[in-house]
Design a protein. Structure first.
Length: 255
């Protein structure tokens, strides 16, 4: 009976999350059009800057900007597409995705932050949209950095003053998992854990809703997008938070 109650509670949470995702879909479409225009300007400016730089090491940073602008542009195009399933499907290595996100975030916060790896290297590759999954994990990790950042710091690239700020990227195999109403033998269990102050209680139940943010200067869209991309992989995302420990958990069925 307890198992049935737990399954019903999880199903209710997933239904509520689906309602939130639907409510924000039109808003995201409108915002996506506004995002594409400045991305073109950022890309062009980076290319011009690369031509002016004599230092090849510095020019490498401009190539990172161009690459990320292209990735975000493609991501926005896929966000606007009407299809539920991922469009750019290929073999996905979850640890390659985690390492990409880790490198990007540590470049934004070169001091004061530890990102610890806790990987189960036996997890197999699976079919998915690499760009969508990078963005989903990146948004969750950036949400954690905002919780750890100094008060008043900008949402990205701010200062982390505390000496014990830590994010853990943890991967595991989950067995006999129920996602929605369907049972799966195996699933990817990816957890992003931080030791920040926790999600404010007032917004915990609607943390994935559009325009809901617990951080000064936050857009309230990062977690909504993360949820959208995870759901397109037939997965779920949930948050468990208490002061001193917040865990975002992504579960995606494996073949």
């Amino acid at each position: 009976e307890m198992i049935e109650i737990e399954q019903q509670t999880r199903a209710d949470r997933e239904a509520r999350a689906l309602d939130q995702a639907r409510a924000g879909k039109e808003l995201l479409r409108n915002l996506a059009h506004e995002i594409k225009n400045p991305l073109g300007g950022i890309r062009g400016a980076a290319q011009l800057l690369e031509m002016e730089l004599g230092d090849r090491a510095l020019a490498e940073y401009t190539r990172v900007i161009v690459h990320e602008a292209d990735r975000l542009h493609a991501l926005v195009d896929r966000l606007l597409a009407p299809h539920r399933r991922p469009q750019v499907v290929g073999d996905v290595n979850i640890h390659e995705i985690c390492e990409r996100v880790r490198a990007l975030v540590l470049a934004e916060y070169p001091r004061g932050l530890r990102i610890v790896r806790d990987y189960d290297v036996s997890i197999p590759e699976f079919r998915g949209d690499r760009g969508q999954l990078i963005q989903a994990v990146l948004n969750i990790v950036r949400n954690a950095t905002q919780a750890l950042a100094a008060p008043g710091a900008p949402p990205v690239g701010g200062r982390i003053g505390r000496g014990d700020a830590e994010i853990v990227l943890r991967t595991r195999i989950a067995r006999q998992v129920t996602v929605g109403r369907q049972r799966y033998r195996l699933a990817l269990d990816l957890q992003v854990q931080d030791n920040g102050p926790g999600v404010p209680e007032a917004i915990r139940d609607r943390i994935f809703a559009p325009l809901v943010s617990g951080h000064d200067g936050g857009t309230g869209l990062g977690l909504t997008l993360a949820q959208n991309f995870v759901q397109q992989h037939m997965g779920t995302i949930e948050c468990d938070s208490v002061p001193g420990r917040t865990v975002f958990r992504i579960v995606i069925p494996l073949p």
